[in-house]
Write a new protein. Structure first.
Length: 79
């Protein structure tokens, strides 16, 4: 697929076709990293998924379990 670099304000821009964005699961406003590798321009999606270890490290112990009211009984609920 070919495209053209075009002027956009004081910058230059490349429009990415919807089909290309769908192929790499990107949407508008998603963050990407732009790199030069072996003379090629690379656009790499930034999609950092936290590991369980990272999620646990962020836990501060501030969550407290509690009961909540869900309404009146309507049938033969057993407690």
């Amino acid at each position: 697929m070919y495209t053209t670099i075009q002027k956009w304000g004081n910058s230059q821009a490349i429009r990415l076709p919807k089909v290309i964005l769908e192929m790499v699961a990107l949407n508008g406003n998603d963050q990407v990293e732009i790199k030069i590798q072996d003379g090629n321009l690379l656009i790499v999606p930034i999609k950092k998924h936290k590991t369980l270890k990272e999620r646990i490290a962020e836990y501060k112990g501030d969550y407290v379990c509690s009961e909540w009211e869900t309404g009146k009984l309507t049938g033969k609920e057993v407690f």
